[in-house]
Design a protein around this ligand. Structure first.
Ligand code: SF4
Length: 63
């Protein structure tokens, strides 16, 4: 599984980093970045949850 963040769409709400800190982190510009590529299997569920809860649908996930 691979996660991606659309930098243009991210509004820096930090929700994904709260839900799934194993995979998402905020960068210097307060935009979420992916820090685990591929997503470790233990974090698949929370990464998916982060995607579903992102208010701007900035996160995409590839199986
Ligand atoms: S949940 Fe979405 S909008 Fe919020 S920080 Fe993460 S990628 Fe950005």
């Amino acid at each position: 599984m691979k996660a991606k963040v659309d930098r243009e769409a991210c509004i820096g709400c930090e929700l994904c980093t709260t839900i799934c800190p194993e995979v998402f982190e905020m960068d210097d510009e307060n935009i979420a970045i992916v820090i685990a590529d591929p997503v470790p299997s233990a974090a698949h569920d929370t990464a998916q949850e982060a995607k579903e809860n992102c208010p701007t649908e900035a996160i995409s996930i590839e199986e």
